[in-house]
Unconditional design. Structure first.
Length: 270
């Protein structure tokens, strides 16, 4: 049986441990509160400005009715251009991303020394938004949807390759190693063991990025990269709200249709 002194010592140790844990929790909460207070100061949150701006927004919404449909065929064509940009850019990104993913997968990379450089490259591609890439390519290849395709391709290739690499690293390599044990080459084992197993998941990921890029590429026209975003910017510059309302409605219909189609296809792949 423990003595009374030992019991008191244990109680004191528990009390001190509880006090230290409580102080740590308080410090963490204080740090989080301080972070958000400083973040609010940096972004200049001003509820007064919001209150004074809401009537202006209501006036703009009221002036947008009835919508202007005189240029509806142009808007539909520009939206199709945006969908095509996203489709081609996402497809190219998936084709580029697959070999990059092999290099960036620790368990199957043929060049282990290139593992970290490949991961750094993917981080760089993911860290630069497609909007910024499009802006750079507009300066390089000129105005038009081709710059948008390149912007989407470069950004999405890094993101898609990161997803592919994570899927490869978490996959079962039993069939891959079994084919390798027969003397088959690395590419043969990848093509006949690993890719068939991961292909549905990779296609589902590629469809997700196509769906995402359709939404994201609607603003690429702001920098001259073509698509419906260019018409959107023109309407905003001219304060033509009926025209703007029609463009936004066309975008919403197109994005909703793409979301539905992408979701339907992903259900049948996974």
């Amino acid at each position: 049986m423990p003595s009374a002194l030992e019991a008191l010592a244990e109680l004191e140790a528990e009390r001190r441990s509880f006090s230290v844990a409580r102080v740590r929790r308080l410090l963490v909460v204080a740090a989080i509160v301080a972070f958000y207070l400083f973040a609010g100061y940096l972004v200049q949150i001003d509820l007064g400005r919001l209150a004074s701006g809401l009537p202006k927004l209501a006036h703009w919404l009221a002036s947008a009715w009835p919508p202007s449909v005189a240029e509806l065929p142009i808007f539909i064509w520009r939206t199709a251009e945006t969908v095509a940009m996203a489709a081609i850019g996402s497809t190219l990104a998936a084709l580029i991303g697959l070999p990059l993913a092999v290099l960036a997968s620790r368990n199957i990379t043929p060049f282990p020394r290139l593992y970290h450089p490949a991961r750094w490259l993917l981080n760089a591609l993911r860290g630069i938004d497609s909007f910024v890439f499009a802006l750079l390519f507009v300066a390089a290849v000129g105005l038009g949807p081709f710059a948008g395709v390149l912007g989407i391709t470069f950004h999405t290739s890094g993101t898609a390759a990161k997803f592919f690499a994570d899927q490869i690293e978490s996959s079962n390599l039993g069939p891959y190693e079994a084919i390798r044990a027969t003397g088959a080459g690395r590419m043969t084992a990848l093509a006949f063991a690993l890719v068939p197993d991961l292909l549905p998941l990779m296609l589902s990921t590629a469809l997700f990025w196509w769906e995402f890029n359709v939404r994201a590429s609607t603003v690429l026209g702001v920098v001259g990269a073509g698509g419906i975003g260019q018409e959107l910017k023109n309407s905003m510059d001219l304060l033509d709200f009926p025209r703007l309302f029609t463009i936004i409605a066309v975008i919403l219909v197109a994005v909703t249709a793409i979301d539905w189609l992408s979701g339907w296809l992903r259900k049948r792949l996974v």
